[in-house]
Design a protein around this ligand. Structure first.
Ligand code: KIV
Ligand code: ZN
Length: 516
């Protein structure tokens, strides 16, 4: 099977991506991202870790119930309870996969699992057998394979394939591998595991040394036929391999890899923006493929070359990855039906007519201030509508800010706290500082501000500002985001959104720190 010339793209934005500190997503947001991944024709969507919490279970189930064209997968440790919960969440999926894993490196087996290698092998076989009884398609991962002993890996993998695993995943869990060595590991596994031809070999690389994409590609060159990756490279610590970079490297260098993916690359930029807006993790301007500068030529020589013959300085076309695609514009004359149709195309499903009416009203208000309303604006205003529908604990009622050269800025805020209006004013170093201080004088959250970031959602000075705020309290980190044409109002919304996240359910198992 591993010699096939199609590379399976397994997206784990909703599972490993969500393990980035502060990147937690609501069920509705996960479904919206899953729809974007389905439009992109991703082969497998890892929708979450069903046993982690009631919310994670519900999100995996919602994705399994609604996604038809991609296979939907849930992670499960190598224990019956996890595997059964994953199967339950996936039961309505058109095509389901259970992804079970156990650590195989000496350091993890000895210090985390406190199991001998033989016990780990036995547990892996039991887990794969149990999963196969519940689901046709089972993937098995050797966690921390990047630091595991090759002979032991061969034994575990052979046994897992015999037990019914059809995909064998080799994760570089801590981002320790380097390309030549990682590729060589894959080659040697394919040569040495006697039943290797009965499974697809997959890789899952973390980016701690900035090598996740390079390691994944080296593995592909040596026979791996599934890559696990995330949009924008989101993920635990320094993240995972970026889907957009893997897909475009395979496509642009087809002369070298001689392999294809099923992906529609035109959906890459819209998906990247959606993930950035939902998680509040901005995309750096010089990020390959999806960064604002990825196709911008600054130097005169380059500009001149591109005008004369595009390929002098460009190896990909911006429009092929979705820049300027899907940029259908709505304006203040657009009606409710056009708005609804655009929401459908973007995969946005509002829960009621009332939510649709509220979103449409927000759209009209925005269109009054802004000439053209783009897809990114619509995504942001839908997020706002959904926040309001979630009956959030803290909401902004009004904000008045006075900022004048030579004067100390002041802000007056009116908040709704559990439905009751409270007001406060404060001075600050700047208008945003004054606003946050005024909010704090009402909520007294005891948090510290870890990050404050503003970016423009679209181009032009009438663009909405999108603000990300990261707060920390007692070791828990949450992100909040808000969008508005007025960036101080966007900042206040982002701050309140982070406070709302803090007041939500906190307990949730982590797949890798809670040992089996
Ligand atoms: O990084 C890792 O090892 C993982 C596994 C659970 C696949 O995320
Ligand atoms: Zn991982």
């Amino acid at each position: 099977m591993s010699s096939s010339d199609t590379l399976i793209i397994f997206d784990t934005t909703l599972r490993d991506g969500e393990q980035s500190p502060g990147a937690s997503m609501t069920q509705e947001e996960k479904l919206r991202i899953a729809k974007a991944l389905e439009r992109m024709r991703v082969d497998v969507i890892e929708a979450g870790f069903a046993i982690a919490s009631q919310g994670d279970f519900a999100a995996v189930k919602a994705v399994a119930d609604n996604i038809k064209d991609s296979r939907v997968c849930s992670l499960a440790r190598s224990v019956d309870a996890d595997i059964e919960r994953a199967a339950e969440a996936l039961k309505n999926a058109n095509a389901a996969r259970i992804h079970t894993f156990i650590a195989t490196s000496p350091i993890h087996m000895e210090y985390k699992l406190r199991l001998t290698p033989d016990q780990v092998l036995e547990q892996a076989v039991r887990a794969v057998t149990r999963a196969r009884n519940l689901c046709e398609d089972v993937e098995f991962s050797c966690e921390d394979a990047g630091r595991s002993d090759l002979d032991f890996l061969c034994r575990v993998i052979e046994a897992a394939i015999d037990a019914g695993a059809r995909t064998i995943n080799i994760p570089d869990t801590v981002g320790y591998a380097v390309p030549e060595q990682f590729g060589d590991t894959i080659r040697r596994l394919l040569e040495r595991v006697p039943n290797a031809d009965k499974a697809v070999f997959s890789v899952h690389c973390h980016n701690d040394l900035g090598l996740a994409v390079a390691n994944s590609l080296a593995a592909v060159a040596c026979g791996a036929r599934q890559v696990e990756c995330t949009i924008n490279g989101l993920g635990e610590r320094a993240g995972n391999a970026a889907l957009e970079e893997i897909v475009m490297a395979i496509r642009t260098r087809a002369d070298f890899y001689h392999i294809e993916t099923n992906l529609n690359p035109q959906e890459i930029v819209p998906a990247s923006r959606l993930v950035s807006s939902v998680t509040g993790f901005p995309v750096q301007p010089n990020k390959a493929i999806v960064g604002a500068n990825a196709f911008a030529h600054e130097s005169g020589i380059h500009q001149d070359g591109v005008i004369k013959y595009r390929e002098t300085y460009e190896i990909m076309r911006a429009e092929d990855v979705g820049w300027n695609a899907n940029r259908m514009v709505l304006g203040k004359h657009s009606g409710r039906n056009a708005f609804r149709a655009r929401l459908d195309e973007l995969g946005v499903h509002l829960n009621s007519e009332q939510e649709l009416n509220e979103a449409f009203q927000r759209f009209k208000d925005l269109a009054d201030k802004k000439h053209e309303v783009f897809d990114e604006d619509i995504q942001a205003l839908v997020s706002d509508t959904q926040k309001a529908a979630d009956n959030e604990r803290f909401a902004l009622v009004s904000l008045s800010v006075c900022s004048q050269t030579g004067e100390v800025p002041t802000a007056q805020v009116v908040l709704s706290v559990n439905g009751e209006e409270q007001r406060a004013s404060s001075q600050g170093a700047g208008p945003v500082d004054a606003t946050f201080k005024a909010i704090e004088s009402i909520v007294a959250s005891g948090t510290s501000l870890e990050l404050y970031n503003v970016s423009a959602i679209t181009s032009g000075t009438d663009s909405q500002g999108e603000v990300t705020v990261r707060l920390e309290r007692g070791g828990r980190i949450v992100n909040g985001h808000g969008a508005d044409i007025d960036i101080v109002a966007a900042s206040a919304k982002a701050y309140l959104n982070a406070l709302n996240h803090l007041s939500m359910e906190a307990s949730r198992a982590h797949p890798q720190t809670d040992g089996v």
